[in-house]
Unconditional design. Structure first.
Length: 532
């Protein structure tokens, strides 16, 4: 089944291609997040390396297990309060070195090979940043979209469990790698899963032996916050572009559709249902393809008007041009009939006379149709009773054709019409002649009925049915679909053409249809009643 889509629907369907923009934006933000994570790890690794470099090959900074400072540290580590504050450092000199880097956003640990914390500086938790809400239109957009993004995106939080402080010293793959002599980075979630800790551990060398490790830690909150801000800004731009693009395409498609519909309506109004040109097509002066199409339509219609005018005047011209040769032939035949001729010659003369009579009848009917078209243009309208006109016409038919049975049905109330009664009678004459000519028996039924707004005149006869699909074409000029097969009066298909012209003059229409019982054809003319 073919699905019909208008131009607006097609353009909006094309617009769905731009729905790839949010996906591309999301991929861009993910790539940005990966870049920030890598940069964060590299920064932590650089800090760890810098601290470790300051501690390399300084044996006095790392006391042996028998040293008083080390013993003091081992006795005091278990007494950590658990609130993020450690007892005094085991190595004051290391603490001084580390303290110089405490202004960074990271937390720095120094441990010996046994995992004893020698010094620590900084904290993973940062105070909540103040809201950086913008003002004006940007602030309105942020206030409208930020709650939605908060539901969609993971938000950074400072309310998380600090496992390293609780356990007294850092643990993890990075610490193990550093104590093995390898710079190691790691990412791990906190115990409550509410934050991600990024860390880098660098070994501290004493000669060719690892004496301890420097661990630098930082949460992923800063990267997460930057990721979210980038996501919000980018998607606000994408949504604005999609909204503006949708509105622009909808307006453009609506204007385009309106212009095409206007061109279609003009074309339909220019030509009536019978294919006759009623008005010129107004061409557009637009410079695009639709304007060019309208100008082409106007040019084609103008040529059709000229051709239709030529065809409409052809019958009048033919009848006018043929009158003189027909008169010459008629006078010649009359002169020949007056001369002494053999019986065989008189037979040929009679045949020629019959053909001439048929040609004269054809010319008369062509002239009748042409004169009727001109009469319709000049006819004056008046109010008349259609029932009285039909009754008078039927009385005349019964006198002129006593051999034809006629069944008449009229309404009791008058049937007022606005038009020309003589043209209405001429229309009924054509309907009766058509029904009588093609009747094969039974009565010709003439019926006039009315309702509150319309009058319906129908004439039916028994006879052959109409071929399928020819009901509407019967009312065109020079169309005849029922062949009598005899040599009677010529049938040019002008009778029902005249019926249609008169019906249209009175504001109505005519249709033909087959009937089943009894088999035959009925022609129905529907006309509006005259206004009071």
């Amino acid at each position: 089944m073919r699905i019909a889509l208008g131009i607006r629907a097609q353009l909006l369907l094309v617009l769905t291609v731009f729905l790839a923009l949010p996906w591309l934006g999301y991929e861009y933000v993910r790539e940005l997040e990966r870049f920030l994570r890598d940069a964060q790890q590299q920064a932590l690794a650089g800090t760890a390396q810098a601290v470790a470099t300051a501690l390399h090959d300084r044996p006095r900074l790392f006391a042996t297990p028998a040293d008083p400072i080390a013993s003091f540290a081992r006795d005091r580590v278990d007494e950590s309060s658990g609130d993020g504050h450690l007892p005094p450092p085991a190595s004051p000199e290391i603490a001084q070195i580390v303290q110089g880097l405490s202004r960074t956003t990271a937390r720095i640990w120094v441990i010996d090979r046994s995992g004893v914390v020698l010094a620590r500086a900084g904290s993973l938790k940062r105070p909540e940043a103040a809201s950086d809400r913008a003002a004006g239109w940007q602030g309105f957009v942020q206030a409208a979209t930020h709650p939605l993004y908060r539901l969609m995106l993971e938000q950074p939080t400072e309310d998380f469990a600090d496992d390293a402080v609780t356990e007294g010293s850092p643990r993890g793959r990075d610490v193990e790698g550093a104590l093995s002599g390898i710079l190691t980075t790691d990412r791990r979630k906190t115990g409550d899963g509410r934050a991600v800790i990024v860390s880098a551990a660098h070994p501290v060398w004493l000669g060719d032996q690892v004496r301890g490790a420097v661990i630098v830690e930082e949460t992923g909150n800063r990267v997460l916050a930057e990721r979210n801000r980038a996501f919000e800004r980018l998607f606000n731009i994408v949504l604005a572009a999609l909204l503006l693009g949708s509105v622009a395409l909808t307006l453009f498609a609506s204007r385009l559709s309106a212009r095409i519909r206007r061109l279609r309506d003009d074309a339909e109004r220019a030509i009536d249902a019978q294919g006759r040109v009623r008005a010129q097509l107004a061409s557009s002066d637009a410079g695009d393809e639709i304007g060019d199409l309208s100008r082409s339509f106007a040019s084609v219609l103008a040529r059709l008007v000229d051709y239709a005018s030529y065809q409409e005047k052809m019958a009048s011209r033919l009848s006018h041009e043929l009158r003189t040769p027909v008169a010459v032939v008629r006078s010649s035949l009359e002169n020949l009939k007056a001369a002494p001729l053999s019986d065989d010659a008189r037979v040929y003369i009679e045949r020629a006379q019959g053909g001439l009579d048929r040609l004269t009848a054809i010319l008369a009917r062509m002239t009748e149709a042409t004169r009727l078209e001109q009469a319709l243009k000049d006819a004056e309208r008046e109010r008349f009773d259609a029932a009285a006109v039909v009754a008078g016409c039927v009385d005349g038919y019964r006198l002129a054709f006593p051999q034809v049975a006629i069944a008449l049905a009229l309404p009791e109330a008058p049937v007022p019409l606005a038009g020309a009664p003589e043209l209405f009678a001429q229309m009924l004459d054509k309907l009766f002649a058509n029904a009588m000519e093609f009747s094969t028996g039974g009565a010709v039924e003439i019926r006039l009925a009315r309702d509150d707004a319309t009058a319906v005149l129908s004439v039916a006869n028994e006879g052959p049915l109409l071929p399928a699909g020819m009901e509407d074409r019967l009312f065109d000029s020079m169309v005849s679909v029922r062949d009598r097969g005899g040599a009677g009066a010529p049938h040019l298909g002008l009778g029902l053409y005249i019926v249609r012209l008169v019906a249209q003059f009175h504001g109505g229409n005519a249709i033909a249809a087959n009937r089943v019982a009894p088999a035959g054809v009925v022609v129905t003319v529907t006309l509006p009643l005259a206004e009071d």
